[in-house]
Ligand binder design. Structure first.
Ligand code: SAM
Length: 246
């Protein structure tokens, strides 16, 4: 996969893109991430990317021309999703990450100031993504969030290819709790079933705790998942335990 980021702060990406799974995925040739300085696509001596808003008011608006030139240069006529990071976009989700991970190319546009000229959104952008109901100063952090979530879904990016599937939201639920050594820490013991070595009982415990956790923290997700007959049995047990105050 190839990801192109259009930004006025290309240096913002150096450290995060060089670390951990993102760094290794690039070294392994699983993904190629390129950042482009929007100012390279300006045509004045001051490399101006913003201007005051028509109609007046506070703040500056990012000019359309540099974005149009940048996309034309980057894509060279090729088709690819062009994603605008914006608090007004579709809320980002694991499902959206999976949809983007199926693409060969991705272009991410980072806004700043009051945002970008509306004509960029109308004519260039195929997807608008928000990473949450809050306002950041720029699209760079949001772009990194999207890249990280997408790249870890690419085959080979995460050591164990199963793990993105087994993680929270992979099957629509939150993941079960995790424990590692020591078996007891400050009076808190690891659940017995996890140290007994019975794989079927461990699988059932994990499914049940995944359901319990989702029910407690994000009950709306349980209603969206196709539940098996075992899930219904486990949910009944959880309800009984909860009403018994366990
Ligand atoms: N005036 C805009 C509004 O009220 O919708 C907010 C502009 S914000 C200060 C500047 C830039 O940060 C946006 O153009 C966008 O690229 C990015 N941004 C801010 N919050 C974001 C969010 N929640 N998700 C994705 N991008 C965001």
């Amino acid at each position: 996969m190839r990801v192109d980021i259009v930004t006025i702060f290309p240096e913002f990406f150096d450290s995060p893109l060089g670390c951990s799974i993102l760094g290794r995925a690039q070294q392994a040739g699983i993904v190629q991430v390129e950042h482009h300085d929007l100012r390279d696509y300006t045509d004045d001596a001051h490399r101006t990317v913003d201007d005051s808003p028509y109609g007046g008011g506070a703040g500056m608006v990012m000019k359309p021309e540099p974005f149009f030139r940048a996309c034309a240069d980057i894509l060279g006529g090729e088709e690819a999703p062009v994603v605008l990071l914006t608090p007004q976009g579709e809320p980002f989700s694991q499902q959206k990450a999976a949809q983007l991970a199926a693409q060969e190319r991705l272009v991410l546009l980072c806004g700043h100031y009051e945002g970008v000229d509306e004509r960029v959104r109308e004519a260039l952008v195929t997807d608008e993504i928000s990473i949450g109901d809050y306002v950041l100063s720029g699209g760079e952090l949001a772009a990194l969030v999207v890249i990280d979530a997408v790249v870890r879904l690419l085959p080979g990016a995460v050591g164990n290819d199963q793990s993105p599937v087994q993680e929270s939201f992979g099957d629509g639920l939150l993941e079960h709790p995790h424990y590692t050594r020591p078996a007891e820490f400050e009076g808190r013991a690891v659940p017995g079933v996890l140290v007994e070595g019975n794989h079927e009982r461990i699988r059932r415990w994990r499914r049940k705790e995944s359901l319990r956790r989702t029910l407690q923290r994000r009950p709306e997700l349980v209603g969206r998942v196709e539940l098996s007959s075992e899930d219904h049995e486990l949910l009944k047990e959880i309800w009984q335990e909860m009403s018994a105050g366990m």
